[in-house]
Design a protein around this ligand. Structure first.
Ligand SMILES: C[S@@+](CC[C@H](N)C(=O)[O-])C[C@H]1O[C@@H](n2cnc3c(N)ncnc32)[C@H](O)[C@@H]1O
Length: 188
């Protein structure tokens, strides 16, 4: 099914709208749990701002469901280790020490999110970490055909099943106080 970010114009608009975003605080939080030099997979890399920060510490691999995001990043980083990957099915034989995403998994349906966590548990090496950021709250909105599902600890707990334990979950501000949270999960 075609989505908003399959259209190159929408992708270029998003890249220009977010060009000044700085995600270094999130990557610092990841670094409290994942040692430098580890192999880290990013889901939904979008423009690649997080990936550039991850690469400063890790052997990082970028992925996205949208080919235009990958193509545009590869134009300026031809040697980058990036490939197309759906966060729900995670159809890859590769394994990683950690998985990272920043405001990606809110786009999945509740069923899709549970499937994603099952798949992540397969792709992360034993003892590894998943780190994700979400919008905090309840309900969902559709904007430009994109789903925005809001989550709390209980909806996350339901989605992760018994494959992970929540090691950390803290709210932070992206646009307004407490509108977001990050989650550190350990493979159980
Ligand atoms: C809001 S953007 C965030 C991108 C980047 N992390 C950032 O903070 O700028 C969401 C990204 O998730 C990707 N995405 C959405 N659904 C996905 C899925 N099922 N699998 C992989 N990527 C997905 C989109 O293509 C888009 O690049």
């Amino acid at each position: 099914m075609s989505s908003y970010f399959d259209d190159e114009k929408n992708v270029r608009d998003y890249i220009s709208m977010t060009k000044d975003d700085d995600w270094s605080e999130l990557v610092e939080l990841l670094a409290r749990h994942v040692p430098d030099g580890s192999e880290v997979l990013e889901l939904g890399m979008g423009p690649g701002a997080d990936l550039d920060l991850l690469l400063a510490r890790y052997r990082a691999t970028g992925t996205d469901a949208s080919q235009p995001f990958l193509d545009i990043y590869l134009d300026s980083h031809p040697q980058a280790d990036v490939f197309r990957l759906d966060a729900v099915t995670m159809d890859t034989d590769r394994r990683f020490d950690a998985i990272y995403s920043n405001k990606v998994l809110h786009q999945l349906t509740p069923g899709g999110l549970s499937r994603s966590f099952e798949a992540q548990a397969r792709v992360i090496r034993p003892g590894g970490i998943a780190f994700h950021s979400f919008w905090y709250g309840s309900g969902e909105k559709i904007h430009h055909g994109l789903r925005f599902t809001y989550h709390t600890k209980s909806t996350i707990q339901e989605a992760i099943g018994n494959q992970f334990v929540i090691a950390e979950m803290e709210r932070y501000e992206e646009s307004e106080s407490g509108d977001s949270f990050y989650l550190v999960l350990k493979c159980s």
